[in-house]
Design a protein around this ligand. Structure first.
Ligand SMILES: NC(=O)c1ccc[n+]([C@@H]2O[C@H](COP(=O)([O-])OP(=O)(O)OC[C@H]3O[C@@H](n4cnc5c(N)ncnc54)[C@H](OP(=O)(O)O)[C@@H]3O)[C@@H](O)[C@H]2O)c1
Length: 359
């Protein structure tokens, strides 16, 4: 059944508060890098950016926007190697400007293997974009990652958490002038918006389900310890994404100079994110977003927005959750109380460290 919840779930009609609007700048404005050689000569090199989930939707559009500038080598970190290769070709991405590497975020072993493969390539890492996600709103039963975590939080949060923690070491050693770690967030996890108030609302509660390992029979599959709900699990995972961006900022920005950022790119109603939804929803959602809520953005436009967060010299501030207004100007948005709670961020960090084997 198509219901109001489904229709407005991803609506872009949220009432986030702007705390400063910036003029929109092109995604092509990445800085050229001057790197001193032993002889004292300056050389230029492309930036290297890892984008997870670059085989479709926002990730693919971002990869394309960056590759087309000629200033970036995009490492497309994807679970389906062939799909990513085909998607890059079909999008007309210049082949010298991208590399596909296998990464399945539903397996921590695969995350560790990806890190090894990336290091083996010898490329420095300048920017990491944690973009991949699954959304399972119609699932009546939970599904699990290889390590037995509920799938949405396992892929969207825990897989990315391990990846980001491991690759932080690589970012630290990069000589690129503007190093960034970006974790894609969402309006739906923010209860200070209209969209974020559509039930089931994000709520991490006292984290008892996360502490129990999110794995069913003996414990809950939900972070707050409640009954499985696929739509809520996705929203909770997005809260974790936004909390982790801030916790990275608090722990590492000052010492490393890395800029940590999150964003809501707008409602990209046409992407594969909605593939598990009922057909009627998939038919009506894009026109609803275009003509009723007016929150719709195309995949191209959303890709340019994320590419700005990767490369724009004016978007270097750390600890920021970026959004765009109706004129496509970026601004620093305000997160909900829960998504900006430092104590909750610290506890999610520590519990997640245990689950992914870092503590
Ligand atoms: N669409 C929106 O309106 C919207 C709004 C706000 C935020 N977002 C965020 O935007 C990001 C991208 O979503 P999208 O809309 O572009 O959806 P999408 O087209 O479905 O893209 C998701 C990507 O994640 C990949 N992925 C899924 N599970 C994976 C796994 N286990 N390991 C590695 N990769 C995996 C998918 O790979 P396959 O191609 O192999 O399936 C796909 O490339 C997500 O973080 C989402 O939360 C989207």
């Amino acid at each position: 059944m198509l219901n109001l919840t489904s229709v407005v779930l991803f609506s872009g009609v949220g009432v986030h508060v702007s705390v400063g609007v910036r003029a929109r700048t092109a995604a092509t404005a990445s800085p050229a890098i001057n790197r001193a050689t032993p002889e004292g000569k300056k050389t230029l090199r492309k930036g290297n950016v890892v984008v997870t989930g670059a085989s479709s939707g926002l990730g693919l559009a971002t990869a394309k926007a960056l590759a087309e500038t000629g200033k970036w080598n995009v490492i497309m970190a994807c679970r389906d190697f062939l799909k990513a290769e085909k998607a890059a070709k079909a999008a007309g991405m210049p082949k010298d400007n991208y590399t596909v590497m296998h990464l399945n975020l539903a397996s921590l072993e695969s995350v560790r293997q990806f890190v090894k493969t990336f290091r083996y390539s010898g490329m420095p890492l300048d920017v990491l974009v944690c973009n991949a996600a699954v959304y399972l709103p119609t699932a009546s039963e939970p599904t699990y990652t290889a390590e037995g975590f509920e799938m949405s939080v396992g892929v969207n949060h825990l897989g990315h958490f391990l990846l980001a923690r491991e690759l932080l070491e690589d970012l630290k050693t990069s000589d690129y002038p503007s190093k960034r770690l970006i974790i894609v967030g969402s309006i739906t996890g923010n209860t200070n918006t209209l969209a974020g108030n559509v039930p089931p609302k994000a709520n991490l509660g006292d984290l008892r389900g996360l502490a129990g390992g999110l794995n069913g029979p003996n414990g809950s599959t939900m972070i707050d310890g409640g009954r499985f709900d696929g739509a809520k699990a996705y929203k909770d995972s997005k809260v974790c994404n936004m909390l982790m961006m801030q916790e990275f900022h608090r722990r590492y920005h000052e010492d490393t100079g890395i800029a940590f950022a999150s964003l809501y790119p707008g409602c990209i109603a046409t992407t594969g994110l909605f593939r598990e939804h009922i057909p009627l929803f998939r038919l009506l959602f894009p026109p609803f977003q275009k003509y009723i809520t007016k929150g719709f953005v195309s995949e191209d436009e959303a890709g340019k927005r994320l590419a700005q967060v990767v490369s724009d010299p004016s978007l270097t501030k750390s600890g920021v959750y970026w959004s765009w207004n109706k004129h496509s100007a970026s601004f620093e948005n305000q997160l909900s109380e829960e998504a900006s709670d430092p104590e909750k961020a610290r506890r999610v960090w520590e519990l997640s460290e245990k689950l992914v084997g870092l503590a």
